[in-house]
Design a binder for this molecule. Structure first.
Ligand SMILES: C[S@@+](CC[C@H](N)C(=O)[O-])C[C@H]1O[C@@H](n2cnc3c(N)ncnc32)[C@H](O)[C@@H]1O
Length: 970
């Protein structure tokens, strides 16, 4: 569907990236002068550190370079971490010190300019022109030279930037403070996103095109989702993309961060869902199979899994203290389950990127290796070394060790009973190696050899540690005897019993715990070097791991029976809830018709359904002949996970795996909280807050045609408390919108508007969704709504409670949705020239007669009271159609005046983009709204509300370790 010049004019500049830019503007230098005035304070601010306490970090030399004050009190080392990673050889010995030193420095500030094309380039140019070009060479912060900001060389179009200073340091010099203010303002308006450099990498390898269906499986807080959306919208600027992005997270709170982040993108092509990714539903169509029509399968999947997060030590230093080897081991299973589910949902030919912000091979290469084993020649680990050539990366490891309970293993066959429930074969380079192939060398022999070589107790990392002492004290050396004070369990003497840390030689408890000969790591034999690890000291970043896969075909061949049986026994032995059975080809070829679940009319009037079964559920059902009470619709699921489980994952399916079979979800309010000043119709408030009960209201809904995609509020059952996703088909509302705004016929408002309230006649918010997402909503509905949707599309209209009875349409157009409606509006729209528009934005409230252009005054006087769109005219001679103005803004026309209906921050950014002068304080506050007939004083969130959310966003981004710990299975 065409969207006219939406991409060009960028409704008020804000709401981020893709969606239309203010365009034009810039270049006249006026705005730049306004900003530069702030710098002219008659002194060299570049060298003047602030004298307040925040300006000093304490004496140099007492902290690692770059460490800031906020790190005071943090432990910045971990012997366990060092021992572990040295042993894994993720870094060569001669680089170790540099690696560790970088890890102890704070992370530089990096940010990304949202969007693409003209709009993004304008921001970049403005930023350089007004700020960076003015930086003298000799700026110092905290006694260190301030390096000029530079674009990240590997990020396309110079749209991602690096500043050597931390965010705290940005506040220490006035001139940097101005940059900080600019970044903050643009961030609030959604034009810039602070994001760690390495976190920007995975989406780039997905090569998202506008027609792609994209799934972001673990998406919150959403910085990568934002990138995916930008790529989706990067095609024909005048069209809504054919594809869409589904952003999922299993944490309801974090879903709200995700909604906030994606809302800034103003996209009708985004859906936020709330599922355990390992159980993400697979939707099928009945009788409509065929190339290009395979239900809800995806062309691109980002699998940025929960992880132990030790690649983020530089921004989350508490990870030093918390670091244990158990974090990575404990997450491996979940990571594998999620990745396998991702592959099951991927179309043939599609690309899946697996990524973590952990350096740990158990979370990284071991997962990748198992995916390759399960999929065999159905999956290719892509060699992407030629892509992003400027990005320094290291090839993935091809061998590694597994550590548990202070004991190193190279092969699962060595695993002692004490660790058998904590480790799985899939963690090892060779999960299927028969027992004994890599038996541990006899310690006594090794000790003898080392002693003979003159090596002794000092050889703590490369072989034997402290054997001399252990022998002296008569400690068991081949697992048969007990230490005097230690305990024997399965032949291992463990000092603390529960200690998890690597601590091969912790220096404590001399002679109290048994040492082992560390086995040689085994080669995996798979092309894992094609995966990549970004390490901090290569380019002053955090650490990250990325692997890029292409699915070549659907799985067909069952895994080896013997192997399945062997592992099935193991699963039972461990009390697993279920066991995967042999593989089935659930991932039907594109041309194969598939069955669709029939929704069952539930007693409460809502729709209840038998959910499409997840593979985990299948695993349970098929292991347990009684079916474990789980519903299945027989649509089948990819056997990937089952095989993964069979091949040693252990076949235990944790409680969460059952969820897709029908858990009762936490009540979830689906829409953003209404602005405090707005009046919420009572019926709708109830619907949102109480999760049900607000049925169609009396006669108001009469006259509506049959609803499509109806999903009434669930009073019980799977998504209890979740607002419905309903296609707006209330004739009165649609007619009122159509006649008030004079929408052209080609505008799909008749079919592509969605509400989340059962009471359509008075629904508070109306959302606009792309055609392709609408198809998915309908498919979801036809399948009984297995997908739990927390938000969809972009808000386009909001109900306005007004005192003035002459206002004939209760719905105003909101900032996010305006770009999509603008090309089709023929009424209630006026066209000021640049001068009047500039004046209006600066004042934010102007009498109807207060404009210089008499035609504009006349048009305003003739407009109805209520929402009016001000669309700036191009300069004379510019031959641009009226429906593609350089900027437009929604306003409220009262009896005597017209008021802008966007935040001050948004107006400021719009002025910036248009090259209009303003003070850094921005436009004045709107005139007293009481003077007019608008019922709300500030209809959109003002900066404080946004700032709070931003803070939460930052916290969420900075705390992956918490996420990981919370998500740990053990
Ligand atoms: C590493 S963070 C994702 C960061 C995100 N991709 C971004 O760029 O902003 C991992 C996310 O996974 C979520 N998560 C944890 N377990 C999950 C599961 N089983 N299914 C889906 N999401 C999960 C967490 O809530 C967390 O938001």
């Amino acid at each position: 569907m065409a969207r006219g010049g939406g991409r060009k004019w960028r409704n008020g500049s804000s709401r981020g990236g893709h969606g239309g830019a203010t365009g034009g503007g810039g270049g006249d230098g006026k705005r730049g002068r306004a900003f530069r005035r702030d710098f002219g304070k008659g002194e060299n601010v570049w060298k003047r550190p602030r004298t307040d306490a925040a300006a000093t970090d304490g004496p140099e030399g007492e902290k690692p370079q770059g460490e800031n004050k906020s790190w005071a009190g943090f432990q910045l080392d971990s012997p366990a971490f060092e021992e572990y990673y040295k042993r894994q050889h993720i870094i060569a010995d001669d680089e170790w010190d540099s690696f560790m030193a970088t890890l102890k420095k704070t992370l530089p500030t990096t940010f990304r300019i949202n969007g693409h094309g003209d709009f993004a380039h304008q921001i970049r140019e403005q930023m350089q022109k007004d700020f960076f070009d003015f930086l003298p060479e000799d700026v110092e912060v905290d006694g260190e030279k301030f390096e000029a900001p530079r674009p990240l060389p590997w990020y396309p179009d110079n749209l991602a930037w690096h500043m050597s200073v931390s965010r705290n340091q940005l506040r220490k010099l006035d001139i940097l403070e101005n940059i900080h203010e600019f970044l903050k303002r643009e961030n609030d308006a959604g034009n810039i996103t602070r994001q760690e450099a390495v976190s920007m990498v995975p989406p780039l390898f997905l090569d998202v095109q506008p027609h792609h269906r994209v799934l972001d499986m673990c998406a919150a807080p959403g910085s990568k989702t934002a990138q995916l959306l930008e790529m989706l919208h990067a095609g024909d600027a005048s069209a809504t993309p054919q594809g869409f992005v589904v952003a999922n997270d299993n944490d309801v709170q974090r879903c709200h961060l995700l909604i906030h982040q994606t809302k800034r993108m103003s996209s009708p092509s985004i859906m936020v869902t709330n599922h355990d990714a390992q159980n993400f539903p697979l939707l099928r169509r009945r009788g409509r199979g065929g190339a290009g029509d395979d239900g809800l399968m995806f062309d691109r999947i980002l699998c940025d899994v929960p992880c132990s997060g030790d690649g983020t030590l530089r921004k989350a230093p508490d990870i030093w203290r918390k670091w244990t080897v158990g974090s990575g081991n404990g997450l491996h299973r979940l990571q594998l389950q999620i990745a396998l589910r991702g592959l099951a949902l991927l179309r043939v030919g599609g690309i899946l990127v697996y990524s973590t912000c952990s350096l740990n091979p158990i979370e990284d290469e071991a997962v990748v290796a198992q995916l390759l084993r399960v999929y065999g020649d159905s999956l290719e680990l892509l060699d992407v070394s030629a892509q992003l050539p400027e990005l320094k990366r290291r090839p993935g490891l091809t061998k590694w060790l597994v550590l548990d309970k202070k004991r190193w293993y190279s092969n699962y066959s060595q695993v002692l009973p004490i660790s058998a429930s904590r480790l799985t074969p899939t963690m090892f380079p060779n999960p299927n190696a028969p027992a004994g192939t890599s038996a541990e060398p006899h310690v006594a022999d090794e000790v003898a050899a080392k002693v003979a070589e003159g090596d002794g107790e000092g050889a703590s990392l490369e072989g034997i540690s402290r054997e001399a002492e252990t022998i002296e004290e008569g400690v068991a050396i081949d697992g048969a005897e007990a230490d005097k004070e230690g305990q024997v369990e399965g032949g291992v003497v463990d000092e603390g019993g529960e200690g998890e840390n690597a601590g091969v030689d912790s220096g404590k408890g001399k002679g109290r715990w048994r040492e082992q000969v560390v086995p040689e790591a085994e080669e995996c034999g798979l092309p894992l070097h094609r995966s990549m690890r970004v390490v901090p000291h290569d380019q002053d970043t955090g650490g990250f791991f990325v692997a890029v896969f292409r699915k070549l075909k659907h799985l067909e061949e069952p895994v080896d029976d013997g192997e399945r049986k062997r592992n099935r026994g193991r699963g039972r032995g461990r009390g697993g809830r279920g066991q995967a059975d042999g593989p089935r080809d659930q991932d039907a070829p594109e041309d194969q018709p598939v069955e669709e679940t029939e929704p069952v009319e539930a007693e409460n009037g809502g729709t209840e359904t038998e959910a499409p079964e997840t593979e985990a559920a299948t695993a349970i059902r098929e292991e347990d002949d009684a079916g474990d009470g789980l519903a299945t619709d027989g649509t089948g699921v990819e056997e990937g996970l089952e095989q993964g489980l069979e091949q040693g994952l252990g076949a235990e399916v944790d409680g969460s795996a059952v969820e897709a079979g029908g858990p009762e979800a936490e009540p979830l309010e689906m829409e953003d909280a209404p602005p405090a000043t707005e009046e919420v119709p009572r019926g709708e408030e109830l619907a949102a807050e109480e999760g049900g009960g607000a049925g169609p209201s009396g006669g108001q809904n009469q006259g509506s045609g049959p609803r499509h995609g109806v999903r009434r509020i669930q009073q019980q059952g799977r998504w209890r408390g979740v607002d419905p996703v309903l296609e707006l088909d209330n004739k009165e509302v649609l007619d009122s919108l159509g006649s008030y705004y004079g929408f052209k016929e080609e505008f799909a408002y008749q079919t592509q508007l969605i509400t989340r309230s059962d009471d359509m006649a008075t629904c508070k918010r109306i959302y606009y969704v792309s055609k392709s997402l609408l198809d998915i909503l309908r498919l979801n509905n036809a399948n009984g709504n297995p997908i739990k949707i927390t938000s969809v599309g972009t808000k386009m209209f909001e109900r306005q409670t007004v005192k003035d009875a002459s206002v004939s349409c209760a719905y105003r157009i909101v900032l996010e949705g305006l770009p999509f409606a603008l090309p089709y509006i023929t009424r209630q729209i006026v066209y000021p020239d640049a001068e009047d528009f500039h004046m209006f934005l600066s004042k934010r409230s102007v009498p109807l007669t207060g404009f210089k252009d008499p035609e504009l005054v006349q048009a305003l006087q003739q407009a109805q009271s209520g929402c009016v769109i001000m669309a700036m005219r191009r300069a004379a001679g510019e031959n641009t159609p009226r429906d593609a103005p350089p900027a437009a803004v929604a306003c409220w026309r009262g009896a005597n005046s017209i008021n802008v209906l966007v935040t001050k921050a948004d107006v400021l950014c719009m002025l910036d983009r248009l090259g209009f002068s303003h003070t850094s304080e921005g436009p004045s506050d709107a005139a007293d709204p009481a003077a007019d007939t608008i019922a709300t004083t500030e209809p959109v969130e003002e900066a404080p509300a946004v700032a709070v959310e931003e803070e939460a966003l930052e916290r969420a981004e900075a705390a992956p370790s918490d996420v990981a710990v919370a998500g740990m299975a053990v």
